[in-house]
Design a protein around this ligand. Sequence first.
Ligand code: BGC
Length: 748
Amino acid sequence: MRDTMTSSRSTVLGVRRRCAVGVLFASVLVAGVYAQAPQRQAAPKGPWMDASLSPDQRAEMVVQQMTLDEKISLLHGRGGFQAEGAISNGGAGVIQGVPRLGLPPIQLADSAVGVRAAAERGRYATLLPSTIALAAAWDLNLAYEYGEVIGRELRDQQYQASLGAGVNLMREPRNGRNFEYAGEDPILAGKTVGQLVKGLQSQKVIGDIKHYALNDQETGRNIGDVKLSTRIMRETDLLAFEIAILESQPGMVMCSYNKVNGDWACENDYLLNQLLKKTWGFKGVVVSDWNATHSTAKAAMAGLDCEQPGGPAERARFGDALKKAVEAGEVPMSRIDDMVQRIVRTAFASGVIDDPPLGRVVDPFKGADSAQRIAEQSSVLLKNANALLPLDAARVKSIAIIGSKADTSVPSGGGSAQVDPPGGGPSRFGGPAVWFPSSPLKAVRAKAPRAKVEYHDGVDIKAAAALAKASEVAIVFVNEPTTEGRDLPSLSLSGTQNELITAVAAANPRSIVVLETGGPAAMPWIDSVGAAIEIWYPGIRGAEALANILFGDVNPSAKLPATFARSDADLPHPVIFGSAQRPTTPPATPPAGAAGAPRQRFQMTPFDVDYTEGLKVGYKWFQAENKQPLFAFGHGLSYTTFAYSALKASIDSVSFTVRNTGKRAGGEIAQVYAGLPATANEPPKRLVGWEKIQLAPGESKTVTVKLEPKFLSIFNEAKDDWELLPGDYRIFVGGASDDTPLSASVRR
Ligand code: BGC
């Protein structure tokens, strides 16, 4: 079987080489060849196949039949990717099945922004815009659609489970994984990721929320110890998890690499047993991040259910060592049964047993349509002086497209969220940034067929500026690829990109900057450019989506899900914790044992991650400290304008009117913030709700936003519960966290 696979794969790769245009089709063709996975087995039989019983009842019946060895075999993976030979489907890990009882293995695939590692098996996967982009759309229906795309393509590739939906809060704007997360606000992030996972699980695959918790930077992620009080954690990072988990009921939660208040996240009784399982009632599986299991009995008793990737039983912490711990009475059998029960009930509840993923060719066009729609809704127009945008395709005579790779492609995020590009072959963890074939140059040419559209890569800054000067409009593309395993040294764009923009803007004030970044960037040149737009890593149809915005076929409506600071000096921590121990551009460090992982090149000394800003994450810091950001949380322009009026507020609902005061139809994300009573000792205001409204020119709508009591509450440590304090609350409504024309007081 393997030989046939290899030879037909190289045949198709040959076709790809000869026919660059056909890459998508070639990928589809190969996906067809490999649609059948290696783990086909007899249809499960037994009384537990009675679908009228609850997942818990069915799982209980199965667990009763299992021997201790069979139980233990489910609690540790057997390695990821190709390591497993026959039982691996090519993903990052596997939870073994029990063929005797008809339980199939659960194949796990990374799939933060699309299914990872498809090319290795000759398959195709859609690269969606990054999760941070999705958060910028503030659109829960779109988040659901995002999840549906991933869920569908997981199923098509015969995976039973996703590894991630990341909802780590953006405490650290230079975190290399911010592109995989949903920004700095716990309510926006939690709701976005919750809907994403709902959409994913609607496709009958198991969803996962990660990295639980406080893995907010990559620097020293395996040794950092985050120190925060319960109140602060519950109101910030853990609130994002709470919302996402309660709304989506994911099948899995992945515990993270770091320590939290002295204990590793994967053996942290407070995080796993007390909060996740007891308080939030999580019934699914706690799975370790890759090699984040540090002990056997302690981890099992603290609430970890499944070690990944695990490896052979004699080496795994949840393999032979766990069996010994049971025999020695350190881990009771009831706990083992609970661990297994969680895995089996999750498999039943998700649908992967009753309706197993049989494998199908991925539909690249369906995925690309969603990717484009999401990119159009998630690109944030930051600045637009003198209505430079949209460009008039009928009038514009010459356009300079400047910047690295803007003639061919758009960048993607790296690490375990990496999707393989069509025709590009497998990507390497820690390798160079991967670019996807969506050409800004071609997309702009297609929009303005009569204009002279010329390209310069920007390496020779003088020559690029000369092209800008000779053109009516200059569009400069700047990018900052980021990856799991390392953080950015600074908010500053790397290389000579700032100099390039400065020179181009000096040559032509009608300059438009397009940012392709995984998170915030500093923009020392902002006053000299005409327009700026943040498109993040925009996915497989990024350039086409951008062109629709540049020429006004789509009116931008996205808003920043994170504050853009002017410089590192304005951040709560100008230097990343632990970074002094590292070279300025450290190598990406894949988890030990990952395919192709280089040896750890240097040892770091454990350190505390002391988030002294506490509750003041993101915009809350800037507002409390009276610091002016470059662009505030919630900021984003449109080609039309909106006016707010008629605020009516109570403690449980707010209504107001939004009117489109411009000449174009457009969408507005109306935001509601609350300031708590002084006795609460909270930052000045927090987001408590929003509504996305579409308005024709001159049209107005009255919007009602319900306020959830929890979102207005503080976390009372003594009561171990949320508390809505009595007193005066200020309600603020507007189009950005720093632009709230309406306000009112409400008393509780
Ligand atoms: C990452 C996880 C990922 C896992 C498996 C780890 O390095 O932190 O997000 O799911 O690898 O690839």
